[in-house]
Ligand binder design. Structure first.
Ligand code: ZN
Length: 310
């Protein structure tokens, strides 16, 4: 069956070193690519994910040393949610306390146990206990034991004035189905996709609009198996929803198009191929600063302006 769902989530962060430390050490994700923002090479672009950097595990950041904090509001991603094994919520609660991470007490949502917390920039994150995933491969460099390690995305939740127009894009273009409602939240699932297969739409009419800045999500990318499937999605967007996506952009690790969905969020459609091992060995992902070919001639100047990270 075709795998749909979330490809990656890209957010804005404050200082690069703090961002790197939180995601690789506190959360135990793998840095799968250290590159720059192709459109603004004076800024890093960090990709965190599982060992192979599979679609559905990738959270990426543009860290700006002096980014002003954003404000959560309508037309924004409210929360980015990771999967952990069912028995690991206790471990994670202790870990967040020990690391001084701001968090809530575990709560039930759609019958699942959810531990909500924030990253150092105030970005809203959560861990969901998922039964039966203990045996899934997981990355561990020793900070977080492999049995408790994060297993990719569970979901994202989007804060919207009206859920239906965004829901129509999810179901018609990205292969999702509505599977449940709880209070003001409608849950959509992408077939049998396990990693990043869920999107929750929270209707909150009357809220202020969001303001971009540190701690906010810049865009959400959905998966297309290949260029052909991406082109079909682009065609459907225009034909059925009157939305025109951008030209395809080569992001080296995937090929992307972008569009503004009816609720105001920036969506991307990213191809699964070629993946993160295209320009460095799989066992050395994230160690060297990688640049796209068109920026390689400027490497000395780029390295001179990027913040120093270790
Ligand atoms: Zn993206």
């Amino acid at each position: 069956m075709r795998q749909n769902g979330i490809h990656h989530v890209t957010a804005i962060a404050g200082p690069a070193q703090r961002n790197l430390d939180f995601y690789t050490r506190t959360l135990g994700l793998r840095l799968v690519k250290k590159t720059v923002n192709f459109d603004d090479p004076s800024t890093f672009h960090f990709y965190f994910g599982d060992e192979a950097g599979q679609p559905g595990t990738i959270l990426t950041f543009f860290p700006w040393e002096h980014a002003a904090p954003g404000r959560l509001g309508i037309g924004e991603t409210q929360e980015t949610v990771f999967r952990v094994p069912e028995g690991s919520i206790g471990y994670w609660t202790h870990r967040l306390v020990e690391k001084g991470v701001s968090h809530e007490v575990p709560q039930k949502r759609f019958g699942e146990t959810v531990l909500a917390f924030k990253d150092p920039d105030g970005m809203r994150l959560a861990l969901v206990a998922v039964p039966g995933i203990e045996g899934e491969p997981a990355w561990s460099d020793g900070e977080v034991p492999v049995e408790h390690a994060i297993r990719g995305f569970h979901s994202v939740s989007l804060l919207l004035d009206k859920a239906a127009p965004t829901g129509a894009i999810l179901t018609d273009v990205f292969g999702f189905t509505e599977i449940g409602r709880e209070e003001s939240v409608t849950r959509y699932k992408a077939g049998d996709t396990a990693l990043g297969g869920i999107v929750d739409l929270r209707e909150a009419g009357g809220f202020l609009p969001g303001r971009p800045g540190a701690g906010t999500v810049h865009h959400i990318a959905f998966r297309a198996e290949n260029d052909e499937v991406q082109a079909q999605m682009v065609e459907k967007l225009l034909r059925n929803h009157g939305i025109r996506a951008t030209e395809q952009k080569d992001r080296d690790y995937f090929r992307a198009v972008y569009f503004r969905e009816p609720g105001g969020l920036l969506f991307e459609i990213a191809t699964d191929a070629p993946g993160f091992a295209v320009d460095e060995p799989a066992d050395a992902l994230g160690q060297a600063l990688k640049l796209p070919r068109f920026l390689e001639p400027n490497r000395p100047a780029i390295e001179a302006v990027l913040p120093k990270v270790a």
